[in-house]
Design a protein around this ligand. Structure first.
Ligand code: B16
Ligand code: MG
Length: 207
């Protein structure tokens, strides 16, 4: 029997929002405030398309048919207002806001010798990690500040693999967003989807 090389040990790469914690709900609540102020119709169903995509793309999706009614400067202001609201909610998060089993899963993977990474499109990823006190359980953290090309671009996952010292075929991604599943597959990684088939049905398996 040959002992595995470092690259042969698989690594687990986790999305943040909607996988480790329910910040997907906080993003939704923050967009809902802005939509309400503008009188733009917005609900949970429309919010599904915003999962995993960047803040400015999310704004365009939220505005929908009204998107052309706003100047680029107004859009930057609206995105900043949403981010202020989101940060207000994030600052209230504690480690108790991790999804059930998330801490145990990360702890168990590392105890078994599998490195862990976070790969989030969010520019607030590190703030959320710190609110949840997750740093000790993650070998690598990549967020939207490190990888400016948002999912479905594979950049965030490729950067995480590179920092882990792994080739993509040794990485398994856990994702809750259609854009995230596509990004992981474009990176050449296997994906476990969390959520309904309508959202993550293209993953290698989903729960
Ligand atoms: P921010 P993930 C994504 O994070 C969210 O799913 C998405 O809804 C959000 O618009 C995006 O981050 C940008 O977030 O405004 O904080 O930079 O799912 O890739 O962890
Ligand atoms: Mg997500």
């Amino acid at each position: 029997m040959t002992s595995p090389t470092a690259n042969n040990v698989p690594a687990a790469i986790f999305d943040l929002d909607g996988v480790l914690t329910d910040t997907a709900e906080l993003h939704y609540q923050s967009w809902l405030v802005i939509a309400g102020q503008l009188g733009v119709p917005f609900d949970r169903q429309r919010n599904e398309a915003l999962r995993g995509v960047s803040r400015m793309q999310s704004l365009d999706l939220m505005l929908g048919d009204h998107v052309d009614e706003f100047t680029p400067e107004q859009k930057i202001d609206l995105a900043a207002r949403k981010n202020e609201e989101y940060n207000r909610l994030v600052r209230q998060m504690t480690p108790a806001d991790l999804f059930p089993g998330a801490r145990e899963l990360l702890t168990g993977l590392r105890a078994a010798g599998l490195p862990t990474a976070l790969a989030s499109s969010s520019k607030n990823g590190v703030i959320v990690v710190d609110q949840l006190q997750l740093r000790p359980l993650l070998d690598v953290i990549v967020d939207g500040n490190d990888a400016p090309k948002s999912k479905p671009d594979p950049q965030v996952f490729l950067l995480a693999a590179d920092r882990l010292g792994k080739t993509p075929d040794r990485c398994v991604v856990v994702e809750d967003a259609e854009a995230g599943v596509e990004a992981a597959q474009r990176a050449g990684m296997r994906v476990i989807g969390i959520g309904p088939a309508s959202r993550v049905g293209r993953a290698d398996m989903f729960v």
